[in-house]
Design a protein. Structure first.
Length: 476
């Protein structure tokens, strides 16, 4: 078995703010079938320490950025974890990234430098005899690990950085260079400097042996100024080392035939009961139009301001929408206000995993109007549950949905609806198409069945990661 250490700031089901957690939580299971033994190094937040079965301390440091840090072996279900227990960094209430005022914790650079540093130490010394061949780092929170490998002169452990979202750079002031244990020679535009600051993400992009992102289309988009968020030049320089590997979803957790949150179903007929329950739960009226659902972080990325513009037309055509989300206060308010004006719009502000399952089972369609979307998971859940995805033509949304254009409808292969460009006008047109297709039961059912048959598991992608692991370890 090839030994790989996955390094990340989130891991479902222990701690989650978004899709990163799902991917980090599912990857070890997916890779086990490929001859890869993966352990995951994650921060010891209160929720993690409370839910995992802790074992012994395998590595420790007395002054890890201001206090004692211990790497503790742990298990949670089938996950084989190394938890970085460092109360001065992680023992805090509330969000794992933000303080009570909604700002980044001021010591986020140190909090995730600590995680990356311990990953590099495990690569150097091993953890009680277990030593990885590869560090698989996720996003900026693990971005410094490849830089530390270089700084420590470790050449027999390779590193891969997976970009889940290039919007978050992990910036720190230059004055923290020594404090973050970074070598001065790295602080150049060719290294980890980004406009005079330290960028943890850029460190990973520059010093990791290989780069991946979570869909082939986003891998191409990242090379353009429109999507690269200032790092497209760095990425173009490394284009030969960058590939896109689609996320899968956990087929056990997201299984309409066994989901404990819903009235289980194997065929489309079973959705009716779930739809009735959902309408009831949200207090939405019966009607002839489609019931759309939306489950999302409320942020600029997700294109929800476009939906606010397009929604009145959809609701006027008899569409109904159940929305679950939290995040941007302005968007939370805007949707709540709208819900006061329309009977066929219901909004739940908050985060509710169980409710998200019931929505997926009861909805006719799931909306994902993102401006950019590295992969996106909710459209994949939608496919699996026969809840037709209506998505923007971008990133992973482009790679996972077969749009109902004339050719696809004629060939009988469509799985959803796509719109481009990502504007309110094009979204309105897509919502019109949703209403029109929904009004043709035969066509609609065909799309739903196609959706349910579309493969959304990890198999292909796990094989792709395994192939990448072999390539990176074969390079002398
Ligand atoms: P991102 O990671 O950019 O937020 P993804 O689509 O990859 O987008 O993943 C989002 C994950 O978070 C999905 O598992 C989705 O169901 C979940 N999620 C987002 N918002 C909520 C919410 N308010 N309640 C429950 N689950 C949510
Ligand atoms: C990020 C992206 C999302 C992706 C997830 C998991 O949060 O925004 O598109 O699905 O990471 O890779």
């Amino acid at each position: 078995m090839m030994q790989v250490l996955s390094v990340a700031s989130e891991c479902a089901p222990l701690v989650k703010t978004g899709g990163l957690a799902d991917v980090v939580g599912a990857l070890p299971g997916a890779m086990a079938g490929q001859g890869v033994a993966m352990r995951s190094l994650i921060p010891g937040y209160p929720s993690v320490l409370a839910r995992a079965d802790l074992g012994k301390v395998v590595l420790a440091e007395d002054d890890l950025f201001g206090g004692r840090g211990e790497v503790v072996e742990a298990r949670a279900g089938t996950l084989d974890l190394l938890i970085l227990r460092a109360p001065h960094l992680y023992d805090r209430p509330g969000s794992i990234y933000l303080n009570a005022a909604g700002q980044d914790w001021s010591d986020n650079p140190e909090r995730f430098a600590a995680l990356s540093w311990m990953a590099a130490r495990i690569a150097r010394e091993g953890a009680e005899g277990w030593r990885p061949r590869i560090l698989h780092c996720h996003d900026w929170q693990a971005g410094l690990a490849p830089a530390y490998l270089r700084g420590l002169g470790i050449h027999d452990v390779q590193s891969i950085l997976t970009i889940h979202n290039v919007a978050f750079h992990g910036l720190a002031p230059a004055a923290k260079l020594d404090g973050l244990r970074l070598a001065h020679w790295m602080f150049t535009p060719e290294g980890l400097e980004f406009w005079g600051q330290i960028s943890a993400l850029k460190a990973g992009l520059v010093y990791a042996d290989k780069l991946t992102t979570v869909s082939p289309t986003y891998a191409r988009e990242l090379l353009t100024p429109d999507f690269g968020m200032g790092l497209d030049g760095v990425l173009r320089a490394r284009a030969g080392d960058l590939s896109g590997i689609l996320n899968g979803i956990d087929l056990e957790v997201w299984n309409p035939a066994t989901d404990p949150e819903i009235a289980p179903y194997r065929s489309l007929e079973g959705k009716a009961e779930n739809k009735a329950r959902l309408l009831d739960e949200f207090g939405l009226p019966e009607g002839d139009g489609p019931l759309a659902v939306l489950i999302s972080r409320l942020s600029e990325q997700k294109g929800l301001d476009l939906l606010i513009d397009a929604l009145p037309g959809f609701l006027a055509r008899g569409g109904r929408l159940a929305l679950l989300g939290s995040g941007d206060k302005g968007l939370e308010r805007a949707f709540s206000d709208l819900a006061n004006h329309y009977d066929n719009l219901a909004v739940r502000i908050g985060y509710d995993e169980a409710l998200s399952h019931r929505m997926m089972a009861g909805g006719d369609a799931i909306l994902v109007p993102s401006r950019f979307e590295p992969c996106g998971l909710t459209q994949l859940y939608g496919l699996r549950y026969g809840t037709v995805p209506l998505v923007a033509l971008t990133g992973g949304l482009a790679d996972t949905v077969i749009p109902a254009n004339d050719a696809a409808l004629r060939a009988g292969v469509a799985t959803g609806i796509q719109f481009a460009p990502v504007t309110a006008q094009a979204l309105s047109a897509a919502l019109d198409q949703l209403c029109a297709l929904y009004a043709q039961p035969e066509t609609w059912n065909r799309i739903q069945r196609n959706a349910m048959a579309h493969p959304v598991g990890w198999e292909t992608s796990a094989a792709d990661y395994a192939a990448l692991y072999r390539t990176v370890t074969a390079t002398p």
